[in-house]
Design a protein around this ligand. Structure first.
Ligand code: SAH
Length: 369
């Protein structure tokens, strides 16, 4: 498998992939360089794929020397690829120190979507999500987040370039705000990836204060993992609801929509048999979203080992969809992709962590060098 890293890791040096354009401008100001240097450097890195400072011909000789001495450009590496029968690819991305996350590439006729992780594991304990069972390890850096997109494009080449990004991999992006926002900025930055704000979506379980904060700095598309229309049920399925209940969440959604490029929020709703999938549930949902411009994305539940939930029947999903749809909310049922490689929503990383733990145990027992 093709390796992506071109510069060896040097912890002493500043990794320039951690800066968006503004951050890079501030960094250059500190070392007495003009702001336009930031644009030049970003073009070299993200448009030319050039990581060697000496080859960045429009930078001054002295700046190149400075960058060589103090800075580096280090992207994470894809260490494993699995390709599903439907063309979906799951990549295990190595973040150093045994930390691994997953990115999922989903090709369709007219677009290619990359599902990007924001944290190693997740601190939220959503009961229907397998990532939650892994616990939380650490936040990803901006370089590690944007690096997933760089790695995807390097792997797929011009033909398979990523056109859409969803922050729906492992982790809660809004709990890693300071690293996620610069990565989002690089995705939509003209001199970097130049993706439209409509094609970059942040997905949150509803970290209300961070949703407000986001309205002030970034106006990419927003998806909210709703899954229930009463606090009673949402408290169980998405426990962060105990802290930020539905009333507060809906108010934050409305505020976000005011400045959003799409004028609506996509609500995700995982279909759990006998839990949240009745006609009454659908009606309650319609009532909840009455004054919130929304699109609804119903997600068939993807099972994982030891889960207490089952996916709703096809008939129940269709009935639910029809009730919501007839009430005037555009409703789609998410097609499950990459099922045969455990790349579907909520299935990420379990097996790899299991393996690494097993290796650890074997090592302790002296059975593995
Ligand atoms: N923490 C963020 C982003 C990651 S989850 C969030 O909660 O939005 C991405 C989507 O997958 C969320 O809507 C999540 O609720 C959904 N999901 C999680 N586990 C799932 C499962 N087992 N089956 C189907 N969807 C799941």
């Amino acid at each position: 498998m093709q390796s992506f890293v071109t510069v060896s890791v040097n912890k002493e040096k500043i990794n320039l992939l951690n800066f968006d354009r503004k951050g890079l401008q501030a960094f250059f100001a500190e070392i007495g360089e003009k702001p336009f240097r930031a644009t030049q450097l970003i073009k070299w890195i993200y448009q030319e794929g050039e990581f060697d400072f000496d080859k960045m011909s429009n930078l001054s000789k002295s700046l190149r020397a400075y960058l060589n001495e103090h800075c580096c450009i280090v992207a994470p590496e894809i260490i494993l690829e699995q390709v599903a029968s439907d063309g979906t690819r799951k990549w295990i991305v190595e973040m150093g120190g045994g930390n691994k996350v997953e990115a999922v590439y989903i090709p369709e006729a007219t677009r290619a979507t990359l599902c990007v992780s924001s944290q190693v594991g997740c601190a939220l304990a959503c009961t229907f999500c397998s990532t939650a069972q892994q616990g939380f390890n650490r936040n990803l850096t901006t370089a590690e987040i944007i690096g997933q997109l760089m790695a995807a494009n390097a792997r797929m080449g011009a033909e398979g370039r990523v056109t859409n990004v969803v922050m729906m991999g492992m982790g809660e992006p809004l709990l890693n705000f300071d690293n996620v926002v610069p990565a989002m900025n690089l995705m939509t930055e003209d001199f970097a990836f130049g993706l439209s704000k409509r094609r970059v979506t942040i997905s949150t379980s509803g970290v209300v204060p961070a949703m407000y904060r986001l309205t002030e700095v970034c106006d990419i598309s927003m998806a909210v993992s709703l899954h229930a229309s009463t606090d009673e049920l949402r408290d169980i399925l998405v426990p962060i609801n105990q802290k930020y209940p539905l009333k507060e969440l809906m108010a934050a959604c409305k505020k976000y929509i005011e400045g959003s490029p799409r004028g609506f929020i996509t609500f995700e709703y995982v279909m759990l048999e006998g839990i949240n999938d009745s006609v009454a549930d659908a009606r309650a949902l319609v009532k909840l979203l009455k004054n919130v411009p929304s699109k609804m994305n119903l997600i068939p539940f993807n099972p994982f080992p030891n889960t207490q939930y089952r996916c709703s029947s096809k008939a129940a999903i269709e009935q639910f969809r029809d009730v919501v749809h007839k009430a005037g909310i555009i409703t789609t049922v998410r097609k499950t992709r990459g099922e045969d490689i455990d790349a579907a929503c909520g299935q990420l990383v379990g097996k790899v962590l299991d393996k690494s733990r097993r290796a650890e145990r074997l090592q302790k027992m002296g059975l593995l060098s």
